[in-house]
Design a protein around this ligand. Sequence first.
Ligand code: XMP
Length: 519
Amino acid sequence: MERSSIFDKILILDFGSQYTQLIARRVRECQIYSEIQPYDFPLKGIKALSPKGIILSGGPSSVYESGAPCCDPQLLRMGIPILGICYGMQLIGNLLGGEVAHSEKREYGKVRLIIDRGGRLFKGIGEKGNSLQVWMSHGDQIRRLPPGFHSVAHSCNTPFAAIEDRRRRIYGLQFHPEVVHTRKGIDLIRNFLFHICNCQHLWNMRSFMEEATGHLRKRIGSGRVICGLSGGVDSTVVALLLHRVIGDRLKCIFVNNGLLRRNEASQVVDLFSRHFNIPLIHVDAEEHFLKRLKGVTDPEEKRKKIGREFIGVFEKEARKIGGVKYLAQGTLYPDVIESISWKGPSATIKSHHNVGGLPEKMRLRLVEPLRELFKDEVRELGRELGLPSEVIHRQPFPGPGLAIRIVGEVNKERLEILRDADEIVMEEMRKNDLLNRVWQCFAVLLPIKTVGVMGDLRTYENVVALRIVESQDGMTADWVKLPHRILEQMANRIINEVKRVNRVVYDISSKPPSTIEWE
Ligand code: XMP
């Protein structure tokens, strides 16, 4: 998206830290727009973005190793305020003439920081002599400061735990202000944004909407757009946003791919016609999708086949409508971040696209107005656009649908088993007033059978796993410690009411290292 200056921007260069996305989130929580780019993002791009400040993330490498990731050294001479975190600080030390070395004592976990010198970074946080709990994770440290720098804080094992060169407005922290274990970490970030970078123009969904509608108007001109609508908050927000800009030149298409939850198709169509005055085309493509998925067991192949089939349906509908150039989708920032990982696209974990994997060649051009937003921001935008709360609070549902919750081959019989189990999970969560309090709750059908006994008879049937997680944006997640009573009720009902299931297990893995969906 081309930039304008309605709101201030902070650029985050990613050196491979597991916390980079957390930095982006924290900055946005301060209502300042942040964007992650790979560590070698060119100066030209930086100038075009015109950020108010740059944050260099942490990373697993050592700056003195050959091949260690390095930004363009000119970056430090652009006059833009810079904050280096962990590896980012060591890189500043190394590039500006200091010395970085391996430290005998690795610091990991909670550490007490002693402030040596107050100033802008620690404004309102502490004065000389005060201490603060921070979170460290490093094996290297700065041994000698570069010329022009002063120590701002130290810890027992790290003489330079926070440094600054006020004249050049370059700052470094050896610890991680972005993780919750650093007390007042968010205040440190806020001080960098507001007292060092002088950020003023806040990022909120109203300013986003203003900018996004302007860009969409320019990009689409008098063209026609189709929007793949799933009934979830992302695609509905995209549809509303576009409808504001291009009116009836937008056509929404809802595809029943046969991989939906029970009654989902009728619910979506009903909801849409009740609340919005936007034409909706309903395509029933169940047989096509299921035919494509016959015999497919590999998760990536499933996603790609589904993605291709979706595009096939959209292109066919576009031809019927005529003059359609664009396909609008609700791609979000987490999908984008994954594909610009510092290790490059090869580090992609899943072909995460709204509809699964997209084919390389497409006739329609993609319009993805939410690709800079996190899920909670999309929900806020939905509120701005007047979306009813039943849509805003709908749980995310993946484009490839139940296909990635059936481990192994997908067929009608297995889909029915999963739908039955899933319906019970949803009912029990709703009954206990938990449906809107968790990020997602669903059932997964496993490709194994186990022995059981029902009445006096031996059974040999399927296993269902329950996946219930809480999360802020789907990037990290934790399993929900559901009361045993509710888990028991769900399991009993599934085993008694769903034919061909005789065992239920609860997934207690968090993300990372697991993912939310099983495939
Ligand atoms: P994972 O499984 O990667 O999922 O932890 C994170 C979030 O993304 C959803 N998800 C998808 N959403 N198309 C989507 O629109 C997809 O292909 C897709 N795969 C996963 C998942 O439900 C969770 O909320």
